[in-house]
Design a protein around this ligand. Structure first.
Ligand SMILES: *Cc1c(COP(=O)(O)O)cnc(C)c1O
Length: 570
């Protein structure tokens, strides 16, 4: 890979803002794919010697801990971790006005060390300080917890507090402010104020807006309007402040008498992108007035590759950690070695499942994995839409076992319903097909499942899956995907080569019934027969998943595209 980092002055940085970041399995500051992407971006930047700095909130109580009772009801508790044991405290305190009160903010640092030793610091903002009042002290506790007021207060801390912390840490020369989703869009307000102060303006003018626009990059992740952060102007006036809201009113963010974080970020960014080819297209139809590009997500390969596959790659293409493009040379790896590495990863996963649940699954049985946030559009229960058909398939084509994982947001009743339906189906299939739902799906379990199963199932309702990344993790471990063609799979899918598609068209006109039909047909006629009767052919698909998809859908390729298209074009 070229060395684009040489064109970024070391004194200037790229400031990467994200409400959630997946830093390590012990640090519960993420809820799902968005946070994983942020962590993988920062890890790749460290590997590539890019002067990037991450900014997020501390989330002292994490997202939440998930327990599931015998009926599949989700029980939630605060996640527990001790930031003081894992992070370095930073000296500076900055002040932010939130809801008319001055709130003091400090930051903790987590340092990511790249393959060549380059360090990327991540600042986690914390308001739990003795000088703050009770409510203000809780503002950096819960990721996606609380009501709209709490959320808006958090976004003030992230955006305005984040820029203030950057300045306090001496980062004045910023090549690009990258907003990973709209939660951090208030950083534009901090930049507008700096701009007008520098020009001794009374009011923000078009030149100020243009100057801010030239510094900002925005990645949108949500292909449906309901997913975007919107606050009433009354609430915004109260929390952000009247004068500041007036500043925002002169941008185009306050259409329909609301403060819309997506519109704010769109109108103040020089570069905007969706997270896969098709998601870019969908976003352009949602926001026809903005030039929206696509940069397809990728995952950090060393983080998501299991130990047996790391060893395999180290033997056959020792440069793969430094340069992920070498994964393309997987074509030279003997199929037997791929099979052996996978057998070890599968055994490690089954041992872990037995340790957690007491359930001993059979290593010789084809194992399907499905794990991701439990929410309606992901349709974890599509596999169970025709139970008789599923039973017939297993008796005719060969045995299956299925492993599930995933948390529902505490206020997502639809997501909770889905978990219960999987539990019910599991009970109904007891004698025929073991179905296990694992609690507490997180970064660590994600890696174990993506690398240990034989087939990674993904059944989103189009076009809700902006990208999806767990199938990319699976590909790095030689696990083929079986997925609805949405998000990244539209680009990653080559039928019978990198995996299989559920339904054939990526247009929006397919139905759930048609998709479950296709799911059953291909399982019965193509995938299960190949797994049991043509293992050599199946191993070829595993190998192509690595060579074709592992070599492209990684964070190194993604970050080099951000550099080329977004960061270095200011
Ligand atoms: C990778 C990952 C995700 C994203 O999975 P998708 O299938 O892309 O939704 C979510 N949660 C965890 C813990 C992950 O590791």
């Amino acid at each position: 890979m070229v060395a684009p980092h040489s064109s970024v002055k070391p004194s200037s940085i790229i400031a990467y803002f994200s409400m959630e970041v997946g830093l390590s399995p012990e640090i519960p500051t993420y809820s799902g794919g968005l946070g994983m992407l942020a962590g993988d971006t920062l890890r790749a930047a460290a590997d590539m010697n890019i002067p990037m700095v991450g900014i997020t909130l501390l989330h002292r109580k994490g997202y939440f801990l998930q327990r599931l009772d015998a009926g599949g009801n989700q029980i939630e508790a605060d996640a527990r971790w001790v930031p003081e044991e894992m992070l370095q405290p930073l000296e500076p305190r900055v002040q932010v006005i939130v809801g008319g009160k001055t709130v003091s903010v400090r930051a903790w640092q987590y340092t990511i060390r790249g393959v060549k030793g380059h360090m990327v610091p991540v600042y986690l903002l914390d308001t739990n300080l003795p000088e703050n009042d009770g409510y203000s002290r809780t503002l950096t506790d819960h990721l996606y917890g609380g009501d709209l007021r709490y959320r808006l207060c958090q976004e003030v801390i992230l955006g305005l507090g984040g820029v203030a912390v950057l300045r306090a840490m001496g980062h004045n020369d910023v090549l690009a402010y990258h907003m990973n989703e709209g939660h951090s869009a208030l950083l534009t307000l901090a930049l507008l104020e700096e701009q007008s102060k520098a020009n001794q303006d009374r009011n923000i003018c078009d030149d100020d807006k243009e100057a801010v626009r030239r510094k900002c990059v925005f990645t949108t992740h949500t292909p449906v309007p309901a997913g975007h952060d919107v606050f009433s102007l009354e609430l915004a006036r109260e929390i952000v402040g009247g004068k500041r809201l007036d500043t925002l009113l002169c941008t185009e963010c306050c259409l329909d008498q609301t403060l819309n974080m997506t519109n704010l970020a769109l109108s103040l960014s020089r570069y905007i992108n969706g997270v896969a080819m098709y998601h870019g297209e969908i976003s352009r139809t949602m926001y026809p007035n903005y030039p929206i590009n696509s940069i397809t997500n990728g995952v950090h390969s060393a983080t998501w590759t299991s130990k047996p596959f790391q060893d395999l790659y180290d033997r056959h293409m020792p440069e793969w950690r430094r340069d992920n493009l070498y994964l393309r040379y997987a074509v030279s790896v003997p199929l037997d070695e791929i099979r052996q590495a996978h057998a070890v990863a599968k055994k490690d996963m089954l041992d872990e499942i037995q340790r957690r649940t007491g359930i001993a699954l059979d290593p010789s049985v084809m194992t399907i994995g499905f794990a991701r946030r439990a929410t309606a559009y992901k349709r974890a229960d599509l596999l169970f839409s025709d139970m008789e058909r599923l039973k017939n398939i297993v008796s005719r084509a060969g045995p299956l076992q299925v492993i599930f994982g995933g948390k529902a947001h505490p206020r997502d009743d639809g997501g909770k319903e889905i978990i219960k339906r999987v539990f019910e189906s599991s009970g109904a299939l007891k004698e025929v097909l073991p179905v296990v739902y694992l609690e507490e799906y997180d970064m660590g379990l994600g890696k174990i499942l993506c690398s240990g199963v034989d087939l990674w199932l993904n059944t989103p309702q189009k076009p809700h899956e902006a990208s999806g990344t767990s199938g990319m993790k699976a590909a790095l471990n030689g696990v083929p995907s079986f997925s609805v063609p949405d998000g990244w799979w539209i680009e990653g899918h080559v039928e019978g080569i990198t995996g299989w598609s559920i339904g054939d068209s990526w247009g929006l006109n397919s139905t759930s019934a048609g998709e479950s039909e296709s799911l059953y047909d291909k399982l019965e006629q193509v995938i299960i027969p190949m797994f049991y009767r043509q293992p050599g052919l199946f191993a070829r698909v595993m190998r192509s998943a690595i060579g074709l998809n592992g070599s492209f859908f990684n964070a190194q390729r993604m970050v080099s595209q951000y550099l080329e298209n977004a960061y270095l074009t200011g």
